[in-house]
Design a protein around this ligand. Structure first.
Ligand code: 13P
Length: 248
């Protein structure tokens, strides 16, 4: 099923998040042919998860730690997230890699710990502008996939997200050819690891997705949905993205 996931990053208080849902819940009622989710800040998860209990809208977290308890000041564990009835955890986002120095090894530990609690993972990968310009894109993606997914067998709980770092929050969406090439490459690396079962792993695109470009993005081969930052903060814009066929 096509997947439309909002990553709210460090935006919205609990009150603002619930305000968003007031408009958003009725507008997506009855949509059953695609999966919709929102990953708010940690502090909003409990209220959002309760507010969405009787809907099909999924809740996600934007990060997690790889231990379930202990002296790790400021961290949140997979068990704690599971307790809030969430469905997804975004792991390996480029902002986590850049500002919080998350390595492929840390990301691998986080994926394992999250899957052990039977939560689904949205595993983010993508190259920087410098890496693209020096023609290292595919080497970078290969390394991120191989290291991030080392010894991970639960492909059923896995979603990949290709987010070229230079396209995030910049308004510079990757070209159709760049997205197509990257998604085909990711699919093939997943096949190397999971053989035919890789077809069950959805690959999302993320980076400056908007109501204006969503239609062409969704028509690219191997794009199974999108991970949306800025445009998902506005219920009307996110709805237009979800109902992308209505805007050709
Ligand atoms: P933007 O949609 O704001 O570019 O952010 C993309 C992103 O990082 C989603 O995880």
């Amino acid at each position: 099923m096509k997947f439309f996931m909002a990553n709210w990053k460090m935006h919205k208080t609990v009150q603002e998040a619930l305000e968003f849902l007031k408009d958003f819940i009725p507008s997506v009622q009855g949509i059953s042919d695609r999966e919709i989710g929102i990953a708010p800040a940690f502090v909003c998860i409990d209220s959002m998860s309760k507010a969405l209990r009787d809907t099909d809208i999924k809740v996600g977290a934007q990060n997690v730690f790889y231990e379930n308890k202990g002296a790790y000041t400021g961290e949140v564990s997979p068990v704690m997230l599971k307790d809030l009835n969430i469905d997804y955890v975004i792991i390996g986002h480029s902002e986590r890699r850049k500002y919080f120095h998350e390595t492929d090894e840390i990301i691998n530990l986080k994926i394992k710990a999250t899957m052990s609690e039977n939560l689904n993972v949205i595993f983010c990968i993508g190259e920087t502008l410098e890496e693209r310009e020096s023609e290292k894109t595919f080497d970078v993606l290969k390394k991120q996939i191989e290291k991030g997914l080392e010894n991970i067998e639960k492909y059923d709980s896995l979603v990949l997200a290709y987010e070229p770092v230079w396209a995030i929050g910049t308004g510079k969406v990757a070209s159709e050819l760049q997205i197509e090439e990257a998604h085909a490459f990711i699919k093939n690396r997943l096949k190397d690891i999971y053989s035919d079962k890789a077809d069950r792993i959805r690959i999302l695109y993320g980076g400056s997705v908007s109501p204006e470009n969503i239609h062409s993005i969704m028509n690219i081969a191997n794009v199974d949905g999108v991970l949306v930052g800025g445009a998902s903060l506005d219920p009307e814009k996110f709805l237009k993205i979800i109902k992308y066929e209505e805007r050709k």
